[in-house]
Ligand binder design. Structure first.
Ligand SMILES: *Cc1c(COP(=O)(O)O)cnc(C)c1O
Length: 383
């Protein structure tokens, strides 16, 4: 038997409530039954996205919504500013280039956060959109979206935030901070399988939609908004995923978004303390609360370590691009509580020893438990 443990920053573990919801017989979407479900989903998405604006919902992975956030706001030859601080920042630049949009890149060393003043210094009248991420999942770094939104909202440009991994894990006050557009996906903090993507669009950004001449059909925001306002769907929706999403949104609402965010903060802190107590170094300068990137110690093969754990049924993530083999990434994202984190840390301790990198067994688990128990002093078994 090989039980599966999923500690990756997407897909994440799906709660039984959602799995069972998806096992129901399929219903038709042009019915009042479906519209009622979708109406609830629309309302609760706004709650989680912290916005009064419509959250457009598509059947695609998160990248589809990223592409839609290029195709709907721009025209050929327009200029955009892209923060390239990792793999997903690069993806926005690649999408924009594919659509014939002029890209000014802010190159940030991977693992670092972008300095909002850098964005400010690049904003001129000809920058239409600024693209960045809340959590750059490839490096585990968090960007200061509140400050970035302050800077961008004082300019004519629209701010698009990739919160595919950050949503529901880190604070993101979309309307309050003046974030124009938030992009997300279903298989991370929203706790359901891959297959849905989301874009919330504010008023300033709708102004760009009206002027955009880039080609689009399935992802046309105007068409989708018009249908959604009747709790209808422009095309056949992924009905089972929407029904699963109703369950996960209910769970998030019942817990309360502030509590969801602080739970992730605690899980992240415990994971970071555990890694440090094993003598390992964190990769990100400002670590995100969705995923922790850990430097692979000198002399150890990071890819072999990830593969070794996978062979035992434990999925963690390795590094991407030039970070392959150099970091491993541990997610504390979605349907997770302290005991999931303790299992994950235990797996890392056991796995490291098995591949020949000796760490003191139990040190990481204890450090995490101390965070959970809010112990200031080192835990003593017999006090
Ligand atoms: C996962 C992720 C994506 C890509 O989403 P897909 O669903 O794989 O298309 C993009 N950006 C960030 C920050 C992510 O974490």
């Amino acid at each position: 038997m090989n039980k599966k443990y999923l500690f990756t920053p997407g897909p994440t573990t799906v709660p039984p409530e959602c799995l069972l919801a998806m096992a129901q017989p399929i219903i038709h979407h042009r019915t009042s039954e479906y519209r009622e479900i979708f109406a609830e989903v629309r309302e609760n998405l706004k709650y989680v996205f912290r916005t009064e604006n419509e959250v457009l919902t598509f059947t695609s992975s998160g990248t589809g919504a990223m592409e839609a956030a290029v195709a709907n706001f721009l025209s050929g030859g327009d200029r955009v500013l892209v923060v390239k601080s990792g793999k997903f920042g690069e993806r926005f630049a690649e999408i924009a280039a594919a659509y014939g949009v002029e890209v000014t890149a802010i190159d940030v060393e991977w693992g670092k956060a972008v300095n909002p003043e850098m964005i400010k210094s690049h904003l001129g009248n000809d920058v239409k959109v600024v693209y960045t991420a809340l959590c750059e999942t490839s490096t585990g770094a968090a960007n200061d979206i509140q400050r970035i939104a302050e800077v961008v909202s004082a300019s004519p440009a629209v701010l698009v935030v990739d919160a595919i991994s950050g949503l529901g894990a880190m604070e993101l006050e979309t309307d309050k901070w003046g974030v124009d557009v938030v992009v997300s996906g279903s298989q991370k903090g929203l706790m359901i399988p891959p297959g849905l993507s989301f874009v919330s669009v504010g008023e300033k950004a709708w102004g760009l939609v009206e002027k955009s001449d880039l080609p689009k059909y399935y992802f046309d925001f105007r068409k989708v908004k018009k249908a959604q306002e009747q709790s209808d769907s422009a095309f056949t929706p992924a009905i089972s995923l929407i029904i699963a999403l109703r369950e996960s949104l209910r769970m998030l609402k019942e817990e309360g978004i502030e509590n969801v965010i602080s739970r992730h903060g605690r899980l992240a802190e415990a994971t970071r303390e555990a890694m440090k107590s094993l003598g390992l170094e964190l990769f990100a300068g400002v670590p995100a609360d969705a995923v922790t990137a850990v430097k692979v110690p000198a002399g150890m093969d990071g890819s072999a370590f990830v593969k070794h754990l996978r062979g035992k049924g434990v999925s963690i993530a390795g590094g991407q691009a030039h970070l392959k083999g150099k970091i491993f990434r541990l997610a504390h994202l979605g349907y997770m509580d302290m005991f999931d984190i303790l299992q994950m840390i235990s797996a890392v301790e056991v796995g490291l020893n098995e591949v020949g990198y000796e760490v003191e067994l139990g040190n990481g688990v204890r450090a995490a438990e101390e965070v959970f128990l809010e112990k200031e002093t080192p835990f003593k078994f017999l006090a």
